[in-house]
Design a protein around this ligand. Structure first.
Ligand SMILES: NC(=O)c1ccc[n+]([C@@H]2O[C@H](COP(=O)([O-])OP(=O)(O)OC[C@H]3O[C@@H](n4cnc5c(N)ncnc54)[C@H](O)[C@@H]3O)[C@@H](O)[C@H]2O)c1
Length: 251
């Protein structure tokens, strides 16, 4: 699949990540089909895209988009519960719950329905891609990779592209160019079975674990640990306050 041939993107799961990923592609001019398992879930997807904290209405308030643009974006997003609607998409991005068996079950089902040349990308936070890809046919594994986004997906710039020994160089190159076209910066990550997480989360959670140890040992107060990283290393927020709800984003 050449990057120019990617026009329609299917997204499995319209939750926190799926909605943000759908927004990103719709804003970049792609047709998007989001598949979730119930009409209620899809109503929440629409709500998230429009009214969410990082949604399009807020974007309009902040002067990032016009109301007309938001109508255009919305017009490119189709919501469905029917997997068959994804049969002709060029790329499938899976953002269903972080449950390895569930992901494998769904990928096997999707492999049977979606056209053979489509690329499959999983937004797993950390399962080995070479385990998830066992759910699809050996031929499809050339076009199977990890595509790990960061929350809020429509705002954060980084995407980790995780390749296995079976991922073809053409697939990886097409996805790198696609990331560039949707305004993201991708990094290449080699699949590492036996570990959980890719690059950014492994480093971040190692820092969080160390920060917690420092607090538990009574060495410094949580606020001071956060101040240390913000003023000592220019982190935009401290390792502990990330869990108190502070997050970079529109603001
Ligand atoms: N939340 C984050 O910050 C974050 C960041 C990066 C990656 N991830 C990963 O992204 C994935 C999704 O996370 P999330 O936070 O968006 O979860 P979420 O619970 O918000 O959304 C999951 C959605 O998948 C739907 N779903 C369940 N089974 C389905 C199926 N068979 N087909 C289609 N849809 C189905 C659910 O109804 C729900 O709407 C997970 O693998 C997670 O580890 C999350």
């Amino acid at each position: 699949m050449n990057v120019d041939d990617i026009r329609t993107v299917g997204i499995l799961g319209g939750g926190v990540m799926g909605a943000g990923i759908a927004m990103t592609f719709a804003q970049a001019g792609y047709q998007v089909i989001v598949r979730d398992i119930s009409e209620e879930a899809l109503a929440r997807t629409r709500q998230r895209m429009l009214e969410g904290r990082f949604g399009w209405r807020r974007g309009v308030e902040l002067g990032r988009f016009t109301a007309e643009q938001v109508e255009e974006f919305l017009g490119r997003v189709r919501l469905t519960t029917d997997l068959a609607d994804l049969a002709q998409v060029d790329l499938v991005i899976e953002a269903i719950p972080e449950d390895e068996e569930l992901k494998k079950r769904v990928w096997a089902e999707v492999d049977r329905v979606v056209k053979p040349e489509a690329i499959f990308a999983t937004n797993t936070s950390g399962f080995a891609i070479s385990s998830l890809n066992q759910a699809v046919s050996p031929e499809r594994r050339k076009r199977f990779l990890g595509m790990h986004w960061f929350s809020p997906a429509n705002i954060m710039k980084l995407v980790e592209l995780v390749y296995t020994e079976e991922t073809s160089p053409e697939t990886l190159a097409a996805m790198e160019e696609l990331c560039r076209r949707i305004g993201k910066t991708s990094i290449r990550v080699k699949d590492a079975p036996g570990t959980y997480g890719f690059v950014a989360n492994r480093i971040f959670f190692a820092a969080v674990a160390e920060a917690r140890k420092i607090v538990e040992a009574g060495i410094a107060a949580p606020e001071d640990v956060d101040t240390a990283m913000k003023l000592g290393f220019n982190w935009p927020s401290g390792p502990l306050e990330m869990f108190r709800g502070a997050r970079s984003g529109w603001e």
